[in-house]
Structure formats: structure tokens, C-alpha cells
Design a protein. Sequence first.
Length: 183
Amino acid sequence: MRKKENYSDAVAIYRYQATQKNNTEAMYYLGAFYHEGAGVSRDMREAYNWFLKSAKGGFADAYSALGSMNVNGVHEIGANGKEITWLRCHPAIVTCDNMGVDASVWWYTKSVASGKKDSIRNIMFAYNYDQQKMYAWGLLAINQGLDISSYKDDMDSFKKHTSEDSLKQAEEWGHRLISLYGK
């Protein structure tokens, strides 16, 4: 992003581009400004809305931003000064506010399909509670040459301790992912 003193000017330019020109990159950057509170008051709902508009327009970076917001949860300080969570989608939770890990993975998968291969690691993180899916996505990450050393122990443990059928299924999923998104 730009230097701090230029944020307000940048917000005005991006807002014009987003609202008047329907520029999806500008929508993404408005989301980022609201997410960080740069040039505007920090507002996670507004950030989410701008990221969503950008993603609906096909801007790939917005897919990953939405995935992160869903899997990590979004925290704000309420009017009473206490922290509130209006969107929380921790990997161990199946659903939350009609969003969940599946929503995060859906956005991350759109990001991967758009060429943002680093989102594969985000999917592995989202599936840290489901070793079989994490392993399958790990096979794609290896195919893409991504550094997944932080997942090596988890992948080795899954391979060593899972049933033969479960490993076979994970490997089939991994090969299918490679055929869809791999080299």
C-alpha cells in the first residue's frame, strides 16, 4: 500500500474507480483499506462487502481475502468497547453465520483456479482438522513446488497412521487435484 499520508487520497481514487468504473481491482483495494483502517475507519463489514464485490467481478486476490476472513474469523470492537465476533469460521467449526470452512475452501479454491497457487497452503490450514483432505491438498502443493515443510509431520503422520483405504482415497483426491490445478 501507499505511504500513510496518501491513504485518504488513494481511498478517494479507488472509491471513484470502484463505484463509477466498476473496477474490481479498486474494489479489492477498498476492501483492504477498510480491513486495515488505512485512510478510513477500520470496518470489517465494509471490507468484506468490498472484497465480495471484487470477487464477484472475478478479481482473484479477493477470493483469497474472503477465504482468510472466513477461516480466521473477523473481530471488531463494539459500541460498548468489547470485542465482538461477527464472522468466525475456525476450522473446527462446521458452520458459523451460514459460513464455514467450506466457504473458506470454496474461495481459496477459486483463488487456486485463478492461478494463485499460494492459496493451496491456506486450504491445507483450513483442513487441519481433516487430515485426509489436508494430505490430498498437500500432494498438490508438492506438485506445485510450494514449501509445505510446516505440514511435513502432519502428512507423514497421516500416511503412517491411517488405514490403507483412507490413504488410497486421499491419494486419489490429490491426483484429481493435480489434474485440475497442477503442472
